[in-house]
Design a protein around this ligand. Structure first.
Ligand code: HEM
Length: 565
């Protein structure tokens, strides 16, 4: 037999094998009620994202439309590409049949998304997310079942109201220091706003998490050659290197023949552990000597006790530390990971949109000025925050149109039935459910014909009156805008984000502080008109890409002129 025949036979055999698997999966999916799409390769995998992503633009040009669409779905970040293309969402969702063992369900419908999120024990966090999130120690975010319930019960209260005043006042201070730098040192014109806001988000986590209050400054304090990194520097490298550390071991990354940037990530891994172990020891010493504990996430983790009947020693009441060292490290890491990019980018998109669309800036400034008139202490958390309804509407609209976490993945190991608009849909056993948090916020039947537009007034009960009058908006009305179930940037059900209030407090404090004193304008280039400058800003913002969260590709091109009001 010649070589050609060997290859041809192998190809026929492989093709028959793929076809039989696809046929089998097709039969599993046929009666589910969802639209089906067939694709010859496993999609929605890291490999497909890396390899397939490289050919995405060619694939979209040359493949027939329906196959190109399925290809697109398999490459991470399709939701944002859909938004830019203003593509109408297909409800309630679709199943992609591939040769893979599991079926791929994409959910774009609020009712089904909520049903899946509400049943977190039946639709568990997928194995890959668990591994990724537990890479630095067991954590709330990466656990399932009993281990999750126990951590959630203990950890969620650590992010409750008692930390909010600190979040509020620290955010005010950080925003104030950032603006002083922009105006005094950079003469008001800066391309550092996005990074400056990232710095604020990081510094807040440093204060709330570890009690390390850091004054805002434009750069990051970096350890020199051979010097030990500070804890927060090490942590930042680990967050930036999340995926890399998942793929390669830290000892390999820190080898001297590796590129310097990778060596830093490898080194940061070891230094993070050293620091957190030292910090934990200090907290435990303080606990033993009955010193007053600090109001930080680390202190709360170190001092948490399991005051409940131990399941192994029935009847005995225990008072033992609730978390092992590995769980504390894991939770310190995911606390920072979960709270950093999400909040930082939400603030960056909001400020960018205010600069690019000055009518929204006027709208929130009207509320801020009115608040200044009404409260006796304009820096008070308790009296100011409840009045910032338009600013909260701005945050909601930013999260709806620039959803930081585009989707979450849940596994369905056993067949389930879900309902949307009175119709039942079957989710077969062994289906991976991609629940699109972005997608549910983009339906025109729910959000109206301007679903793809940025319009913060949609969150108000009497939107039309607002722009014309001096009256302050009602509390943003979820019902008026599209219903709670179609707004899921913080996800939903028992696993919904426990940091939601903290993110809101930080966002409102920063926006309120900045726009109490300043306005943002585009820094015009030579010969550029204001209209051209505004469109340029809008284009910089739209040029975004979901990394772990949605980010601008060219943050330094968001060049703003900050003008004192
Ligand atoms: C605008 C800002 C934020 C957004 C959009 C956001 C969004 C999310 C989303 C979508 C999830 C996944 C929930 C799920 O698996 O169903 C999540 C989980 C989580 N978030 Fe946030 N988040 C934000 C801010 C924060 C902050 C400030 C913190 C705390 C510092 C935080 C801590 C967490 C934790 C610990 C989890 C895991 C919860 C669990 O698995 O039970 N997040 N967040």
């Amino acid at each position: 037999m010649d070589l050609f025949k060997i290859f041809a036979s192998a190809a026929v055999l492989y093709f028959s094998y793929l076809s039989s698997r696809i046929y089998r999966n097709y039969m599993r999916a046929k009666t589910t009620g969802f639209t089906l799409r067939i694709f010859p390769f496993a999609i929605n995998t890291p490999l497909f994202t890396v390899v397939g992503g490289g050919f995405l633009s060619i694939a979209l040009r040359i493949l027939p439309q329906s196959i190109a669409r399925t290809y697109d779905l398999g490459v991470y970040g399709y939701e944002y590409r859909d938004r830019v293309a203003k593509r109408e969402r297909e409800t309630p969702g679709y199943i992609v049949v591939t040769p893979n063992d599991s079926l791929e369900l994409f959910v774009e419908d609020g009712e089904i998304a909520n049903a899946i999120l509400a049943r977190s024990r039946e639709f568990e966090l997928d194995a890959m997310s668990r591994k990724l999130l537990n890479n630095f120690g067991d954590s709330l975010a990466g656990s399932v079942g009993e281990a999750w319930s126990r951590q959630r019960r203990l950890i969620a209260p650590m992010l409750n109201e008692r930390i909010m005043e600190t979040v509020w006042s620290e955010s005010q201070q950080q925003a104030h220091d950032m603006m002083s730098h922009f105006t005094a040192v950079e003469d008001g014109t800066t391309n550092g706003t996005v990074n400056g806001l990232r710095k604020i988000a990081f510094n807040i986590l440093s204060t709330i998490g570890y009690g390390m209050s850091t004054k805002w400054s434009p750069g990051l304090k970096q350890a020199g050659e051979g010097e030990k990194m500070e804890f927060m520097e090490a942590l930042l490298h680990l967050i930036e290197g999340l995926l890399l550390l998942f793929l390669l071991p830290p000892w390999l990354l820190r080898k001297s023949w590796m590129p310097k940037s990778l060596q830093k990530i490898g080194e940061a891994y070891y230094q993070f552990y050293e620091h957190s172990s030292e910090m934990l020891q200090k907290e435990r010493d303080a606990l033993e000597s009955s010193q007053t504990l600090r109001n930080t996430f680390l202190s709360s983790l170190a001092s948490a006790n399991d005051n409940e009947v131990d399941s192994y020693e029935k009847g005995s009441r225990l008072n033992k530390p609730a978390f092992t060292e590995s769980q504390i490290t894991g939770n310190l890491y995911t606390f920072t990971l979960a709270g950093y990019d999400t909040t930082a980018n939400t603030m960056a998109y909001a400020v960018g949109m205010l600069a690019a669309y000055p009518q929204w800036q006027d709208w929130i400034i009207e509320e801020i000025d009115q608040t200044h008139k009404e409260v006796s202490d304009p820096s008070s958390y308790h009296s100011v925050l409840p009045k910032l309804e338009r600013c909260l509407a701005l945050m909601f609209e930013t999260l709806r149109t620039f959803t930081p976490v585009a989707h979450i993945i849940r596994n369905c190991p056993i067949e389930k039935v879900v309902t949307s608009h009175g119709k039942d849909y079957r989710i077969p056993a062994n289906t991976r459910c991609t629940v699109s948090l972005d997608g549910v916020g983009a339906h025109s039947d729910v959000w109206g014909d301007d679903a793809f537009e940025f319009r913060p007034t949609r969150w108000s009960a009497n939107a039309n009156k607002l722009t014309a009058s001096n009256s302050i908006a009602q509390v943003p009305k979820l019902e008026a805008a599209g219903g709670k179930e179609n707004f899921l940037p913080w996800s939903g059900g028992p696993r919904a984000c426990p940091g939601m209030k903290m993110a809101q407090t930080e966002f409102l404090s920063v926006i309120y502080t900045i726009f109490s004193e300043f306005r943002a304008e585009p820094a015009l280039e030579a010969g550029e008109s204001l209209e051209q400058g505004l469109s340029r800003l809008a284009a910089v913002i739209a040029d975004s890409r979901p990394m772990v969260t949605l980010r601008m590709n060219r943050p330094n091109d968001l060049k703003l002129k900050w003008v004192r009001r």
